[in-house]
Design a protein around this ligand. Structure first.
Ligand code: NAD
Length: 362
């Protein structure tokens, strides 16, 4: 099982295999070069489950591994932890063929990815995503970043991995809230470009959301990655089509910022943002969209917090300062039909207010 990301000389494959197969995948991706050094970055939660067997497997295959374990959480995507990676790598004496392996969720993937992009002007990056969000979204497409005091992901680079290996079995240890949050990105991929995936989610909503059928979940992940791969292959640097991946994200980024990072997971914020986006889409295209049907799947993502406590004025101010805007207008992604997304700035403040009230009433 695999999905290809087609980017010419920067093409790569997303494998859905056990982490035990990483040494073999790595040697294939290194085009026959004999194993040398590799830096393995993970966070404490992930390392507790998956680091030792992976390190052992790599060493058995002839690699010299330097594991680096960082604290878990969004605050790890910082300049100081980036410098920790620089120090570990450079004081150890890596060269331009030394791969950086990112074993973890989107935090580890983004941070280690940016380190790989910048160390010696670029060393091979291997994404080993262990959260659902990282498997279906963050590990594919080459966006890497750290945060700055003024906002999230403001310092970064497009840097494609040489290889991605997403082991669906790692999701067994992912906390349930992180799992259902990751499902928001799966639902988003279905809504923007994959009606067949949407119907599949609908048909298997309970086993998918409760993680009770591993085969169904693995299938859903592969199909969701295919959407991301197709979008990224068509528009690597978000100059056009890739922007549709931001469906629900105008509201989501604003909510995360206005409520304070950590109040809602990214996926929970995206789920609320998609409800608002479906409201706006349905107002424009009522004949083409069965809003109850689409809401039903989005509503399966639990929202533990109270989004209605965030004042709309604060939310709107945060939307207006989103780095994805162009000029003074706020950009929204809407649907003209299931699977057909487009970007518009034609949403008034009053309409956004009504959409947000609708989303909060779910
Ligand atoms: P995360 O990396 O913080 O992981 C969530 C939590 O789950 C962490 O506590 C982590 O330690 C734990 N965890 C991960 N895998 C586990 C496993 N298998 N077993 C047990 N615990 C596990 O968060 P995330 O949701 O994976 O990623 C969020 C980050 O991804 C954000 O910083 C966001 O900006 C970024 N992101 C990047 C892109 C991109 O295209 N680069 C896209 C979307 C999101």
């Amino acid at each position: 099982m695999a999905v290809d990301v087609d980017l010419g000389a920067r093409s790569y494959t997303v494998h859905f295999q056990s982490l035990a197969s990483v040494p073999e995948l790595l040697s294939r991706a290194s085009s026959g070069r004999s194993p040398g050094r590799c830096l393995l970055v993970s966070d404490e939660n992930v390392a507790a489950h998956y680091r030792s067997p992976l390190v052992q497997g790599l060493r058995d295959a002839g690699w010299t591994v330097r594991p680096v374990v960082l604290p878990p959480g969004e605050s790890t995507k910082s300049a100081s932890h980036l410098h920790t990676l620089y120090d570990e790598a450079l004081e150890w004496g890596i060269d331009r063929d030394t791969p950086v392996l990112a074993l973890g969720g989107g935090v580890v993937g983004d941070l280690a990815g940016f380190a790989a992009a910048t160390l010696l002007r670029g060393v091979p990056l291997v994404q080993l995503p262990t959260s659902l969000l990282a498997q279906v979204d963050a590990s594919v497409g080459g966006k890497t970043a750290i945060n700055h005091a003024t906002g999230k992901n403001l310092i970064g680079a497009f840097y494609q991995p040489a290889l991605v290996c997403a082991d669906p079995a790692t999701l067994d240890t992912l906390p349930m809230r992180e799992y259902t949050s990751g499902m928001a990105e799966v639902v988003k991929h279905a809504l923007i470009q994959a009606p067949a995936l949407f119907a599949h989610l609908e048909a298997h909503l309970v086993p998918v959301m409760t993680r009770t059928d591993r085969a169904v979940v693995a299938d859903v992940i592969e199909r969701a990655v295919q959407v991301k791969a197709d979008v990224v292959s068509a528009d690597e640097r978000e100059e056009g089509r890739r922007a549709i991946l931001n469906f629900g994200h105008t509201f989501a980024h604003a909510l995360e910022r206005a409520a304070g990072y950590g109040a809602f997971t990214h996926g929970e914020a995206v789920a609320l943002g998609m409800r608002a986006g479906l409201y706006l889409s349905h107002r424009r295209h009522p004949q083409a969209l069965d809003r109850d049907r689409l809401d039903h799947v989005v509503d399966a993502i639990p929202i533990p917090g109270r989004p209605e406590d965030v004042a709309f004025e604060d939310l709107y101010a945060a939307m207006a300062s989103d780095k994805k805007n162009r000029g003074d207008t706020i950009r929204f992604v809407l649907l003209r039909a299931l699977g057909e997304a487009y970007v518009t700035d034609d949403v008034s403040e009053e309409e956004a207010r009504r959409a947000w009230a609708y989303a909060c009433a779910s």
